[in-house]
Design a protein around this ligand. Structure first.
Ligand SMILES: *Cc1c(COP(=O)(O)O)cnc(C)c1O
Length: 416
């Protein structure tokens, strides 16, 4: 078992120069053009993004455009209702555009500008990443091409409208199942053609080097702020820090500043409908080590090694792999990876809405649901939960499938 002191030098050791977190991460792309492109990207990140000018400009953008720091909010009523855990929410739902994704999109946009690129390229599934990136492109005056499966375009009309309003081109992908996987392939393909003029922006702390490193660094603002806000409010560190894990960007950004502290860390994966392959997207809990999308990590794969179908009622969490740094932190026993199913997440969404007046995203509700579980069982303690985004995007889906919460909560024996 590691002690917290072992993590004093963690950030100096990981990742290695070629992007490995232990055995995880790296760059396993076989297209030589892409390898060249990512190499240039890593160079740019390692030099430009560490300059005092870049750091100062990003800090100003975070304050004036994004509205940071986001608050840390003590949910006294919810805490008292459930038990003894004092729950503090890190309010990324109040970050501009309503979620944490803008934290790394603004960093990537600024890097594109400093590297002299004219265009941002990405894929999107539910459209959340596309909207955040289109926002960054509009801010920096860059072109923006978003690749999106035709099936997703039909399902996600409001986000498609947002991207177009922000001036992005939404490019339909009509191959295969016409969803996220095909959109990823199309975006990589476009990047290999256009990298002299464009940079590719991934939606999470995964993918080939330098993405896991770069996205982690840009998201670290969440944990840095939360840590000092909590200490200022209470005079001490929290007992637990909890965040949901899709690809792993909001969680890694939350965890890193606490790695060398005596604080328990929990990454919450979506259990969906249950433990069977295809019913969840809990890559660390149920996956195996392998290479997917150009990097090595825990992933949910079919027998032939290709990405397995995954499911969660939170569309932002249904990714078949976890970022490579999570794989390492799991093996080092520094972060506990736990699961929450669809219904537990929805219960948390209804409770937070009614008791505190905050409607969370279903993704974020997974993190909160784990805190509620701990609160019902535990001895007195305190927890920071990263509320990665707001629930407006989920309202139609929730009303249609679970109602307004009255019956759902009554059925689960919860009286308010
Ligand atoms: C995309 C998304 C997530 C999952 O992504 P991570 O990279 O794991 O953070 C979580 N919450 C919200 C609100 C999202 O939009």
């Amino acid at each position: 078992m590691n002690t917290y002191r072992d993590f004093d030098n963690y950030l100096k050791e990981y990742p290695s120069e070629d992007g490995f977190f232990g055995e995880y991460g790296g760059n396993y792309l076989d297209n030589p053009e892409l390898v060249k492109a990512f190499h240039e990207y890593a160079e740019g990140y390692n030099t430009i993004a560490q300059s005092s000018q870049f750091i100062a400009e990003l800090r100003r953008i975070r304050k004036e455009f994004q509205g940071r720091p986001t608050p840390l909010y003590h949910c006294q009523k919810l805490s008292n209702l459930l038990g003894k855990t004092q729950i503090y929410l890190k309010r990324e739902d109040l970050n501009h555009t309503g979620a944490h994704k803008l934290n790394h999109c603004m960093g990537e946009g600024l890097l594109a500008k400093y590297m002299g690129k004219k265009k941002l390229i990405a894929e999107t599934g539910a459209g959340q990443h596309g909207v955040a990136l289109a926002t960054a492109a509009a801010y920096f005056g860059l072109e923006c091409d978003i690749y999106m499966g035709e099936v997703d375009i039909a399902k996600q009309a409001p986000n498609v409208a947002r991207m177009k309003l922000l001036g992005a081109r939404v490019i339909p992908v009509s191959s295969g199942l016409k969803t996220l996987k095909e959109a990823v392939d199309a975006a990589f393909e476009a990047y290999s053609r256009e990298y002299r003029n464009a940079i590719y922006c991934i939606g999470t702390a995964a993918g080939p080097h330098p993405f896991p490193l770069m996205v982690r660094d840009f998201q670290q603002v969440i944990g840095d702020e939360a840590r000092s806000q909590f200490i200022e409010m209470t005079g001490h560190l929290p007992d637990k820090v909890i965040a949901c894990v899709g690809g792993g960007s909001n969680s890694i950004g939350t965890f890193v500043p606490f790695l060398a502290d005596p604080v328990e860390l929990y990454g919450v994966e979506p259990l969906g409908r249950g433990p069977r392959l295809g019913d969840n997207a809990a890559s660390i809990n149920f996956g195996k080590v392998g290479v997917m999308h150009g990097f090595n990590s825990y992933m949910l794969a079919s027998e032939d090694g290709s990405p397995a179908p995954v499911y969660s009622n939170a569309s932002g969490l249904d990714y078949p792999a976890a970022g490579p740094e999570h794989a390492l932190l799991h093996d080092l026993h520094r972060v506990n990876y736990v699961t929450i199913d669809d219904n537990e997440a929805i219960e948390a969404l209804f409770l937070l809405s009614r008791v505190e007046g905050i409607i969370p995203a279903i993704e974020s509700s997974h993190a909160l649901a784990y805190a509620l579980k701990v609160a019902r069982e535990g001895r007195p303690n305190s927890a920071i939960v990263t509320l990665s985004g707001r629930g407006d995007k989920d309202l139609d889906y929730v009303m249609e499938n679970y109602g307004d919460g009255t019956e759902f909560l009554a059925k689960r024996g919860i009286k308010l």
